[in-house]
Ligand binder design. Structure first.
Ligand SMILES: Nc1ncnc2c1ncn2[C@@H]1O[C@H](COP(=O)(O)OP(=O)(O)OP(=O)(O)O)[C@@H](O)[C@H]1O
Length: 650
């Protein structure tokens, strides 16, 4: 967006004259800085300058452009915290409810405070409330590459600002000559709905700036106790959680926690949060639940590690002693899950209590006799673990809960936000409740029962987390294009969808769609033909390969597909190692690693070989598979290729 040197000098001269005419109350520093800001209006920025200087907390100017929206303070020294807060608060109120493309609105915290002081402040301690620049650093500020708003959004906000900032004058330096590279300006009338839609063109980063009015309401609502956000895939639950963290960070001073059951997800969301609120990156901890627990226990002097191989061995030995009774009913993985997700996951303390437990999410009915055998299996497993001084993940969570109950954190979190909460165990939920403590806005649980990819289940009331009157449901799907969504809806639950607390939730079939178009392809064939079909699908991807992922449902399929791609010279990045960075490599992983993420294109390989003979627990497995398929399909924004491998008939 360069102007020629000659043009720049002309623009700066005009800007100086206009600022001098605009208001006579300016100090030299203010005059110089405002002149420099006004000169940038020739390059697509918009400037509003206050006409009367009286109120020391009011912004001197508002600056709107590709880098975002800024309330500007010009000071000799950086302001103190109360002044910065007051200015920011006033600025937020001014923009409250501004409408953006597609009926979305601007969240309050989208307005930033820019403080410009005399001299150079490059080494200064950064502030969470404002961006501090020395006068001499202005060129680098305008040279920054993070472009948050496109030209139409910029114009739209400037036109809105003109209506709202009545005591500010909109100033604009006319271009001295026609330059092809300077950004032209749009009149408000140019922004027809069609153009807005076209401009929107699915900028995947537009969630940074615009929220659905309901999303925004949730971000800013004052909750007197724990709150819950649910809603089908792609409705922006995580987006809301990230905006809320920023909103809360602006209003508090202590640490905040974002956590989830999925190991890799926090890193990816941390990188999104970094783009949304770089000023708060050190205040918000992004960590998965197990990593948090390990580090917490380590700090409390417990040297505990999960040695998975030895833990598996402890279970296998226990299984040998009880398989005669249980194997005729279900295979060994079912009973392991029963222990992990029901007995230990729910923290069931005794056989007596197990006999009375409502095993949510488990449809295979177990009578008292079978439950007694399962309990013996559990006891053998525990004995084997303790003989070798071992513990599994559930033990770590229980230990952390006991430790925390006995001695709370020295520096408690201001708020705890839990994403993908549906897959956390009940004991995990109790731990998070204890961690958040009691009080307003301290615990936010985000999830969708329809996307539960691990067996079992609970209601929030089982963990004594009351969310009555504080349950939010989001309904507009912003992720999937229409074709992709239609495909995914075939996996919709037949039964009523739970809102995580026993109430009726919204199913994927009920969402409102924000994006039209999209493409899906379905392939069905034998294992022999998979290789050619998959490699062809990757080569023919209609979206960038680096923006795409291959999702499978079993580790063995992952190994098989990785080999196929490797043999074809197609590089891959395992989702275990994905951090949300942009590159040109295809991502691959199981649905357990893909949940919570999205990609422009998704390839799914579903292998039918896992459908074993009908057993009593088969309905439960089918339901689980259905939910996993739904999660896989809804990871795709624009393009979905679904490959179904059926046993070879020849
Ligand atoms: N207000 C918005 N404006 C534009 N895009 C949005 C908005 N909200 C969400 N999105 C888009 O929708 C995608 C899905 O959002 P998000 O991951 O928050 O949904 P989710 O409900 O948590 O999904 P899931 O439950 O399937 O993991 C985001 O990547 C983002 O691109």
């Amino acid at each position: 967006m360069g102007l020629s040197n000659h043009s720049r000098r002309q623009v700066e001269k005009r800007a100086g004259e206009m600022i001098a005419r605009s208001t006579s109350e300016l100090r030299p520093l203010e005059r110089r800085v405002l002149t420099a800001l006004l000169a940038r209006t020739a390059e697509g920025w918009h400037l509003f300058v206050r006409q009367r200087m009286g109120d020391p907390n009011a912004a001197v100017a508002f600056l709107i452009g590709p880098g975002g929206m800024f309330a500007v303070l010009i000071k000799d020294e950086p302001p103190d915290t109360p002044t910065a807060r007051a200015t920011l608060w006033q600025a937020e109120q001014r923009y409250s409810g501004v409408r953006g493309p597609g009926g979305r609105v601007l969240p309050e915290s989208a307005v930033n405070l820019l403080v410009i002081c005399a001299g150079d402040h490059r080494g200064a301690q950064p502030s969470e409330l404002y961006l501090l620049l020395g006068e001499s650093e202005l060129p680098s500020f305008f040279g920054r590459r993070d472009q948050r708003l496109d030209r139409r959004a910029t114009t739209l906000f400037a036109n809105e600002a003109a209506k709202r900032l009545v005591e500010y004058e909109r100033l604009q330096v006319p271009l001295p000559e026609r330059t092809t590279d300077a950004v032209g300006l749009l009149a408000e009338g140019d922004l027809t709905a069609d153009q807005v839609d076209a401009a929107q063109q699915r900028s995947f980063e537009s969630w940074l700036t615009f929220l659905h009015p309901h999303q925004r309401a949730v971000v800013t609502r004052d909750y007197s106790g724990p709150a819950r956000i649910s809603g089908p895939a792609g409705t922006g639950k995580t987006v809301v959680a990230l905006h809320r963290l920023r909103y809360l960070a602006r209003r508090t001073t202590g640490p905040l926690l974002f956590t989830t059951f999925v190991r890799t997800l926090p890193t990816v969301h941390e990188s999104s949060f970094h783009r949304l609120a770089p000023e708060f990156i050190d205040r918000v901890e992004f960590v998965n639940l197990h990593a948090w627990v390990r580090s917490f226990l380590g700090n409390r002097g417990h040297d505990v590690h999960v040695q998975q191989g030895k833990v598996d061995n402890a279970f296998s030995r226990a299984w040998l002693a009880h398989r005669d009774r249980l194997e005729p009913l279900e295979q060994h993985s079912y009973w392991r899950t029963e222990i992990d997700r029901v007995i230990k996951g729910r923290g069931i303390p005794s056989l007596d209590s197990y006999l009375r437990t409502l095993r949510r999410g488990r449809t295979l009915r177990l009578d008292g006799g079978v439950r007694t055998v399962v309990w013996q299996l559990y006891e053998s497993y525990q004995r084997n673990l303790s003989e070798k001084n071992l513990c599994d993940f559930n033990d770590l969570i229980s230990l952390a809960l006991a430790e925390l109950t006995e001695q709370p954190l020295d520096k408690p979190y201001e708020a705890v936000v839990v994403d993908e909460v549906q897959d956390i165990t009940l004991v995990g939920l109790r731990l998070l409740k204890t961690l958040a403590g009691v009080g307003r806005n301290r615990l936010l649980l985000v999830g969708d029962g329809q996307q539960q990819v691990y067996p079992g289940g609970w209601r929030l009331s089982d963990a004594d987390i009351p969310v009555q009157g504080r349950g939010e449901v989001l309904r507009v799907n912003y992720r999937n294009r229409a074709e992709v969504l239609r495909f995914a809806q075939r996996f919709d639950a037949k039964n009523q969808v739970d809102d995580l607390d026993g109430g009726s939730g919204v199913a994927l079939r009920d969402v409102e769609l924000a994006n039209s178009g999209g493409k899906t392809l379905y392939w069905k064939g034998s294992p022999r033909d998979l290789s050619t079909a998959l490699v062809t699908a990757v080569h023919n991807l209609p979206v960038p390969r680096g923006q795409s992922a291959l999702i499978v449902f079993h580790h063995r399929d992952l190994a098989m597909c990785a080999k196929i791609l490797n043999n074809a010279g197609i590089g891959t990045l395992h989702l275990d190692n994905y951090r949300g960075d942009t590159d040109d490599v295809l991502k691959i992983g199981t649905v357990h690693r893909a949940k919570g993420l999205d990609f422009q294109g998704v390839l799914v390989v579903q292998s039918d070989s896992d459908v074993t003979e009908e057993t009593a627990g088969d309905q439960e497995n089918r339901d689980l598979r259905g939910r996993q398929h739904l999660v896989a399909a809804t990871r795709a924004r624009d393009f979905l290729w679904w490959g179904r491998v059926v046993p070879d008939q020849s």
